[in-house]
Design a protein around this ligand. Structure first.
Ligand SMILES: [Zn+2]
Length: 377
């Protein structure tokens, strides 16, 4: 392999790690904000409970003042009643006293109501305080963990940046610039050549280009996707010598009724993708991953029925069924990215499917035969 390509390989590994770490670090402020929003909710509940209690106290003082006022009026009227000259004046004063007594009763009732309420209010405050305490402890722990994780990520990021810079310094400047441009637009800057094809975009190379790459005398790029091409004799040998050791081992045929079904689609919007359908109970889920990086595209879709019924629009002629099965726990661990080990297996199976399709006596679309028949069922 050319030394520049070898260095670019190292750059590519570092680039992938750096991107993963940067995404993780960038996600932290959002996570902390979510955690704090949860805490803010509990703080607000406590404030509300305390405010209600304070409001009751203010009301109670007001009612007590009202009672004192009315009592003052009553004693004033009683004094006046001793000096009145007419029955009419006396009756008027008695009415005022009655009215004041009624006001006192109303205020006393209100105070009683508040006193009955006090117990419930105090309980609300205690519950809110206890909840806030528990939540605060949990949030602090969660935040500390998030910060620790980020510190670790940042340390690793610094290490990878250093490694990448070291590898980059060994690559010729124009080539490095080209690599970075393609990486920016396509997610990867390098592509292997196998079976005369660019594995980045699956386009067949011209024989002359192919031979030049195989001779490994100079760096070549794919005319179609611009990725820098490299040739690995080890992987080509296996694919190129089907008749060595007897007949070329036939590719296992994916089971059409499997609970998990992987597909390759070269035309999912702008992208080449891997899709996996998982049938469980009455529903099927669909995940889509970018072919070269293994990164998940969009959200998981869940619909009723098996995947052929649930996602009929996906079952196009260009879809190629692949072999592959991972347990739910394994896939859970992947998170939002198919790991390189799984990606390699799926890509190898796709190459085998292409090879099978290209063999004499086989129809070009043999990989889809089971798709078509199943759809007609
Ligand atoms: Zn290409």
């Amino acid at each position: 392999m050319l030394p520049d390509i070898e260095k670019l390989f190292e750059v590519q590994v570092a680039d992938r790690e750096i991107r993963k770490l940067r995404d993780e670090i960038a996600a932290l402020p959002k996570r902390v904000a979510e955690i704090e929003a949860k805490l803010a909710g509990h703080k607000a509940s406590l404030e509300k409970a305390r405010a209600a209690m304070k409001g009751d106290e203010v009301s109670r003082k007001k009612f007590e003042t009202n009672i004192l006022d009315q009592q003052g009026k009553i004693s004033k009227y009683r004094d006046q009643s001793l000096a009145v000259k007419t029955n009419e004046q006396y009756r008027a004063l008695m009415q005022e006293i009655q009215f004041a007594e009624q006001e006192i009763r109303i205020n006393e009732d209100r105070i009683l109501e508040l006193m009955v309420n006090v117990e419930a209010r105090e309980k609300d405050v205690k519950i809110a305080e206890a909840e806030l305490k528990v939540e605060t402890a949990a949030v602090e722990k969660e935040k500390a963990e998030a910060r620790e994780r980020t510190a670790l990520d940042e340390k690793q990021l610094a290490d990878w940046v250093e490694k990448r810079n070291a590898s980059r310094s060994g690559v010729e400047a124009n080539l490095l610039a080209h690599y970075e441009r393609v990486l920016k637009f396509r997610g990867s800057g390098l592509a292997e050549v196998r079976d005369q094809k660019c594995m980045g975009c699956r386009v067949l190379l011209r024989p002359q280009t192919y031979n030049e790459i195989k001779s490994q005398t100079q760096v070549m790029t794919c005319e179609s996707c611009q990725r820098i091409l490299y040739f690995d004799p080890a992987s080509e040998t296996a694919a190129d010598r089907p008749n060595e050791m007897g007949a070329h081992k036939k590719r296992a045929r994916p089971k059409s009724d499997a609970a998990q079904a992987w597909f390759f689609r070269p035309d999912f919007g702008e992208d080449e993708v891997l899709m996996v359908y998982i049938h469980s109970g009455d529903t099927s889920s669909r995940r889509v991953y970018e072919m070269n990086t293994g990164r998940q595209i969009g959200d998981v879709l869940i619909r009723e029925g098996n995947y052929r019924q649930a996602f009929p629009e996906d079952m196009t002629d260009s879809a190629i069924r692949l072999n592959g099965h991972w347990t739910e726990a394994q896939m859970e661990e992947w998170g939002l990215e198919v790991p390189t080990s799984a990606l390699d297996l799926l890509q190898a199976d796709l190459r085998a499917a292409h090879r099978d399709a290209a063999r004499p006596g086989k129809s070009a679309h043999s990989a889809q035969t089971d798709t078509t028949t199943s759809r007609q069922r």
